[in-house]
Design a protein around this ligand. Sequence first.
Ligand SMILES: Nc1ncnc2c1ncn2[C@@H]1O[C@H](COP(=O)(O)OS(=O)(=O)O)[C@@H](OP(=O)(O)O)[C@H]1O
Length: 524
Amino acid sequence: MRGIRKLVCSKAFALGVLCAYGSVAAVFLAIGRTTLSCGYGGSNIHIQEAARTSLFMTTIDDDGGDKNEGTSSELNSESMFMDDVEETEWLEEGLDDVTDDSTGAVSSIGEGRSVIDYQDTTAVKEERGDANATNRTDDMVSEALLLAAVIEKNTTLVKEWLEYTSNMTTRSRQVMDDSNPTTVKVAEATPAKERLANGVTTTEAYVRVVDNSVVEPTVPIELRTEKAVTIETHNGLNTRCGRENPVTQHRLDCKRRIPKVIGIGMERCGTTALLFLLRIHPDIVHTKPKDVYYWNHFPDRSLDWYRDRMPISSKYQVTMEYTPSYILSHEVPHLINEALPDMKFIVMIRDPIERAMSSYLYMKHSRRPEYLTYISPQPGDPANPFLGLSFEATVLKQNGDVFEDNAVIENALYESHLRRWFDVFPRKQFLIIDEGVFSRDPVSILQQVEDFIGISKFFTKYYFYFDHDRGVFCQRVPTKRCSKRSIKNNHPPIQENVLKKLKDYYQPYNSRLEKLLNQTFPWT
Ligand SMILES: Nc1ncnc2c1ncn2[C@@H]1O[C@H](COP(=O)(O)OS(=O)(=O)O)[C@@H](OP(=O)(O)O)[C@H]1O
């Protein structure tokens, strides 16, 4: 049965907010009803309505079956949500150039502001007329604030919501209790569909509220506006540590933490892109730049030193660092195991020949001497020995054999590298990702990462778009960002005879890898 309650907030000023809880959390506004307010801390929330805007909400019961359908294909193309999105470039080499404005990202929805006016909570209580009214009122007010924040993209409301939820009574306070690992959490508001008819744009959004005491509180909301409004997602309202709110910082226990997840490989396998896309998850924080090199370059320094390299996180977040060169080390697995035996590891791998070409091009273009010696120990021009050396001359010795000691080749012997780690840690502590799958369908991979790390389910296709010029998926919200330099498959062709030699060389390693991982790869 599909649902049922409809809310209209039109030219007449708004109205009321009711959140009904049962098997679903439902929210609706009613025209001309009691005006409600959130009477906490002496402050009321008033949102003014602009003329000619109507807001129309429909909630759908959870047996509707189609709550999340339609969120993918429609969102895969650039839509009206892109209109006023700023594009910011990011660099492959590091993420430190990227300003993180995703914290509590809120922006004006522009014209067509809707109005919600929350007044007396007791009215809600009377309306409900049952014994649990007080707790429910708290929930209702919380939901109302949240919705207002979602709809209005209003920073003040977001803060109000955070403050309010931290002052909630009984059941909700219990939820916020330190001993309880989960908390009331707003995960997302995801626009799912958009229709334009008779000059009216209708946007359907899904608001996901994670609350460990409410079952299935996903609330689909339909917004109908006479003018197009931009609905974007605000991430992690109550899990991220903000800069300007000491109360919230205290509640979230904001401090630096040792990572729970480390990306250990492989270089040139999309590791920067993975971390970059992961970063919009409200439950993840990561180092900038991504490589820390603690375990392989500074193992004599203390764990406190390592911790100091980490970003500030809340107690609801997971800290990550990604140093792809760790996987090559013989000592690092043992060092980590001694100090942090429960560590989880992410390893990205890729067609070894593609990886070799990517590595070659990267080293060659970087022109850094330490890289150039990797390309080939065969001297060329004495003044600049490796510049201009071809891929073929880099991967093959003068006698035509594969140059197996060369890092461009050797790093892609995934099976032997992984085996050293599997000897030390249980297999279940590793997530192995094929870059080919990641580049085609990053959302499925990001969802696997969510499961692997054990964080909330957040990722949908809404957050990403495919950049046809670069050939890669990029971040869509809160701002549009993409790799500056990545142009996928921009590799020069490899001579047939060299390609065959490389395929033959990697073949036994690749089949051992498939056995080790009990998994097949298109490039084996
Ligand atoms: N979104 C996305 N999806 C999939 N793959 C992507 C993406 N963005 C970048 N790339 C490709 O990743 C390659 C760089 O890998 P790394 O970031 O691991 O390189 S590094 O080790 O940190 O230098 C590099 O590969 P090549 O272009 O073949 O060199 C990038 O193109």
